[in-house]
Design a protein around this ligand. Sequence first.
Ligand code: ADP
Length: 404
Amino acid sequence: MSPTRVLVLNSGSSSVKYQLLDMRGGARLAVGLVERIGEEKSRLKHTPADGGSREWSGSIPDHESALKSVAAELAKDGLGLDSEELAAIGHRVVHGGLRFTEPTVIDDAVLAEIERLIPVAPLHNPANLTGIRTAQGLRPDLPQVAVFDTAFHTTMPESAARYAIDVETADAHRIRRYGFHGTSHAYVSREAARLLGRAPEDVNVIVLHLGNGASASAVRGGRCVDTSMGLTPLEGLVMGTRSGDLDPAVIFHLMRVGGMSADEIDTLLNKRSGLIGLCGDNDMREIRRRVDAGDERARLAFDIYIHRLKKYIGAYYAVLGRVDAVVFTAGVGENAAAVREAAVAGLEGLGLAVDGELNAGRGDGARLVSPADARVAVAVVPTDEEMEIATQTYALVKESGNPG
Ligand code: ADP
C-alpha cells in the first residue's frame, strides 16, 4: 500500500506549527507548535489524536533542533518521521510571487525562486526556507511540497492587481498586489459553495478571513478576482496589530515631520497599529468585553474595524456584480457574532442580513447565519489551512506518482 500520511509544516521566524494528517479518511494524527525558537525558554506543545497534550519547555536554539524535537515527539506516538507511512511533507510558503500558481514539488530551482522573493517577503520567506531545508535534511528521500499563500490570488486580473504607479518602476521592483491567506480563501470559498449545495464554478462569494491578520477576497466562480492584502500583508482591513489601508503620504509625513526611520514606521504600522494601536488590545474577546462595559476607546476601535469591513463588502459586491454568499472565517470571523452582525447591519438593500438566533448560536462546521429567505447567504465556514495544504500536497505527489 502506498503511504497516505502528510506532515504539514508552517515555519515562522521563531515558531513552527505542524500537523500530521492521514489522507485516507482525513484523520488528524497529531497537532503541535514550537514557539520562541532561539530564546532561552522555548516551548513545545504536542497533541496526539487521543488529545492528551504534552508540553515541554527549554532551550531550542534553531529550526533544526525544533524539527528534531517535533520528530522525537511524533516518534513517541509511533508516528516518527522515518515512518514508511509518510507520503510527503507539505510546507506553507507565504510568498510565491507570480510564478507559483499551484502547489509545487520543491527542487533546487524552486528553492532559488523562493529565495529570490525574499525582498518582497522579508519576514516570512526566510523562515519558510529554513523549515524546508531542515525537513529535507531529515528526510532527503521524501517529496517536499510548497503550498503558497499567494497562489490562489494569481488569477486576479491586472486591473485589480496593479497599483496605479509608474509601470516601469513597479515592474523593476515587482510591486503589485499579490494577496495572502490564499489557502484559506480557496478552501473557504469552496466549502461555502458546498454549503449552498452548488458547484464552486456557479457561485460568487465574498470571503472575510478575520484572524489576527485579516483579509477579504472576491471570488467569482471559484477564481479570485480581488483581494485586500497587497504587496505585503499590511494592506486592506484593520487587523490585530496592522493598520491596513492608509494614505501612503502618512509615511512621508512620519519621516519628514515625525523624524521616524523606515524601520520604525514599519514596526509602527505592522506591530503597533490596528486594534492594538487604537485601544491597546488586539483580542476581539477583550475588546467586546470592554465595549460592553462602556469603554469608549474600545468602542471606537470596534467601530473603525467594522467601518473598514463594510467598505470592503460593498466594494467586492460591486466588483462581483452578483453575490451569492458573504462568508466569515478565522478566529474573529468564526467566533465573534457581534462582528458579523455589525458588518452586515444596514446592508439589507444589498440583500444582506443575519438571523439573530442563528448568528448567536454556535456550531462546529460550516453553517448559514442569514434568514431562510435571504437573497444573499451569510455563512460561517471554519477555515482549515493545514487540511488544505495536506490535501494539495497529497494530490500532487499522488499525481506525480511518487508518494514517499
Ligand atoms: P491568526 O491565525 O491570524 O493568528 P486566528 O485565526 O487564530 O489568528 O484568530 C485569532 C483571533 O481570533 C484572536 O486574536 C481573537 O481576537 C479572535 N478570537 C478567538 N476566539 C474568539 C471569540 N470567541 N470571540 C471573539 N474573538 C475571538
